[in-house]
Design a protein around this ligand. Structure first.
Ligand SMILES: [Zn+2]
Length: 204
């Protein structure tokens, strides 16, 4: 493969979920598309951050207001006594799609790894979460809505301990039954997620 194409393959392989083989397929596809499409794609990537920033409160990427907060965090009609903590931005969309949760959000950014950290692994925003709870003492319940994977369970237990070290009266809950083992919030269907939210229970 020519060096200029190999460079693109290497870049695309850095995207999540894409290995070298898929990257080569993407490059082969791009090679055959017309210049107008390539320009639109490049332009969209370059300008994607212009109106989008990371919310200073929940850390998800969204259009933010002058105070740096997103539309969900800035909405005065939302319940500020309950906070859902999720791993990723898309998990917020998943919970929002259920239309039954009206509280606040916090995006942890990553789960706590069980094994030794691999390269390029993001670290979870644990300190930022504790800071948020300190700043917003009206939060009475923290719902840990993680995937039902070993990392998700591990992160929930560790976070619960961390939270209750500083806030012993804050209720810390996890999603209830319904989510099958290994289920990711991102892919959970709405009915399952709704009943998992309703059936949440305190974690011990
Ligand atoms: Zn926000």
């Amino acid at each position: 493969m020519p060096r200029s194409l190999q460079k693109l393959v290497d870049l695309i392989s850095e995207l999540p979920g894409i290995g070298p083989r898929q990257a080569r397929r993407v490059v082969q596809f791009l090679l055959r598309t017309d210049m107008a499409f390539k320009k639109r794609l490049a332009e969209a990537i370059v300008t994607m951050n212009e109106n989008i920033s990371q919310c200073s409160s929940c850390f998800r990427f969204d259009e933010v207001n002058a105070k740096g907060t997103c539309s969900l965090c800035a909405n005065p009609n939302r319940d500020d006594a309950v906070l859902v903590v999720v791993e990723k931005d898309v998990d917020v969309d998943g919970v929002e799609a259920v239309h039954s949760y009206k509280g606040q959000y916090f995006v942890l950014g990553a789960l706590m790894p069980l094994a030794r950290q691999r390269k390029n692994v993001l670290s979870p925003r644990v300190n930022e979460l504790i800071k948020r709870l300190k700043a917003q003492q009206h939060i009475q319940e923290v719902i840990l809505a993680f995937s039902t994977t070993p990392e998700g369970d591990f992160t929930a237990k560790e976070l619960k301990n961390k939270i209750q070290e500083s806030f012993p009266t804050t209720k810390v809950t996890v999603l209830g039954r319904g989510l099958s083992l290994g289920a990711e919030i991102e892919y959970a269907d709405q009915e399952t997620l709704r009943s998992a939210l309703q059936g949440r229970s305190e974690i011990f």
